[in-house]
Design a protein around this ligand. Structure first.
Ligand SMILES: [Zn+2]
Length: 390
């Protein structure tokens, strides 16, 4: 079974899930690289080796579980609400290595039996990754970081679990090589996730502060809305820039079915940007409903599955780069997400054609309100108030 999700990083630590299966040996960035990117395949290699041992012991499996990359896999399982302890990881690994029958819940979560079956293909991908992947990844990211020489990120290749690529808001990122069809797809996912690492290196947006120090009930309701919309705009900024830098156009050369499907979906998304802007508007409205929709639900609708809100987010970044050049991305990732939204609305090309669609009233008002301090009664400051849908 191949699952593909795009995950991101944020307050909820929701995974930016791309695709997945990875493996490992320590790949390192040569000291000559000014922008440090290290890719470590130790965890994936250890899982592959363990799965070839029909006498694997629980102690041996626990040693594999404690590797840094596999700790990330377990953390990702926690965020997804699946089997999330070292013991469950080890149990699943032993079960797959021993050839136990399917059906165990932990085994079903970690997908180690599928990894075992695909070992030759996964091992071949790891060989390619270990042959010098960092240079490609670094060169893609470098133009979009303000001070690349000061940015250091670490990538861990894992083999198993859910999600093809993920990050948690820090400088570490993960690629699940088992869910990547081929090296083209692995490269695109790695660039995307590595850019999340770069984001984590340069700026941390505190979206929770909007909900703090508000004592009156009405103000608390307002604070929660402000915090959630700030989170949504932050996720748009993070995913939009990562999607722009790790462009889906790379997948044009993908040979595997998942990579080809994702490329087709990306083309469709670019042709239907107004749908993406509309879903964003519905999301904002749902967050300020009398009974607000929880942000986790909004996030899953916007960014999981076909990831509809990725489309408008990356198109906004693309439009900013059209006018202001690649360095603008480095500026955007060091500012709050709502400033990214407002910057887009101030472009000369804003609203001029279907590739630069207007954002809707609630969306722009919410961003403007955050800019203005997000006080009660402050949202109606946008010049777009009252405009008819276009
Ligand atoms: Zn992402």
């Amino acid at each position: 079974m191949v699952k593909f999700k795009l995950t991101g990083s944020g307050r909820l630590e929701l995974p930016c899930i791309l695709i997945g299966f990875f493996g490992g040996m320590l790949l390192f960035a040569p000291t000559a690289l000014s922008q440090q990117i290290k890719i470590d395949t130790t965890s994936a290699r250890a899982v592959l080796k363990a799965l070839q041992n029909p006498n694997l012991t629980n102690d041996q499996a626990m040693t594999v579980a404690k590797l840094e990359g596999n700790q990330g896999m377990i953390r990702e399982m926690h965020d997804l609400g699946e089997a999330d302890t070292e013991e469950q990881f080890a149990y699943a690994l032993v079960a797959a290595a021993h050839g136990s029958p399917d059906g165990d819940p932990a085994e079903a979560s970690y997908l180690f039996s599928a990894v075992k079956t695909s070992t030759p293909a996964i091992s071949a991908l790891l060989d390619q990754i270990e042959a010098g992947f960092e240079t490609d990844v670094r060169d893609h990211i470098r133009p979009y970081v303000a001070k690349p020489d000061s940015v250091s990120v670490r990538g861990f290749v894992v083999a198993g679990g859910d999600g093809g690529g993920y990050a948690f808001g820090g400088q570490d990122f993960y690629l699940n090589i088992a869910l990547n069809d081929d090296i083209v797809m692995a490269k695109q996912v790695m660039i995307h996730e590595a850019f999340h690492g770069a984001q984590g290196a340069v700026y941390h947006e505190d979206t929770e502060h909007w909900a703090k120090e508000r004592t009156l009930p009405a103000d608390q309701v307002r604070g929660t809305f402000c915090s959630n919309t700030a989170e949504l705009f932050m996720d748009m900024r993070n995913e939009g820039t990562a999607k722009f830098v790790g462009s889906d156009d790379i997948l044009k050369d993908a040979k595997g079915p998942t990579g080809q499907r994702l490329y087709s979906e990306s083309v469709y998304g670019k042709e239907h940007l107004s749908d993406s802007a509309n879903l964003l508007e519905v999301s904002i409205a749902s967050l300020q409903a009398p009974t607000p929709v929880p942000y986790r639900v909004v996030y899953s609708v916007d960014f999981w599955g076909k990831g509809v809100v990725y489309s408008i987010s990356s198109a906004m970044v693309s439009a900013i780069v059209e006018q202001d050049g690649p360095a603008a991305v480095g500026e955007v990732i060091q500012q709050p997400g709502y400033e990214f939204v407002l910057r887009y609305t101030r472009l000369k090309s804003y609203g001029k054609d279907r590739m630069h669609p207007r954002l809707r009233e609630n969306t722009v008002n919410a961003a403007q309100s955050l800019h203005d301090g997000c006080h009660i009664g402050s949202p109606q400051t946008s010049t777009t108030s009252g405009q008819k849908p276009s």
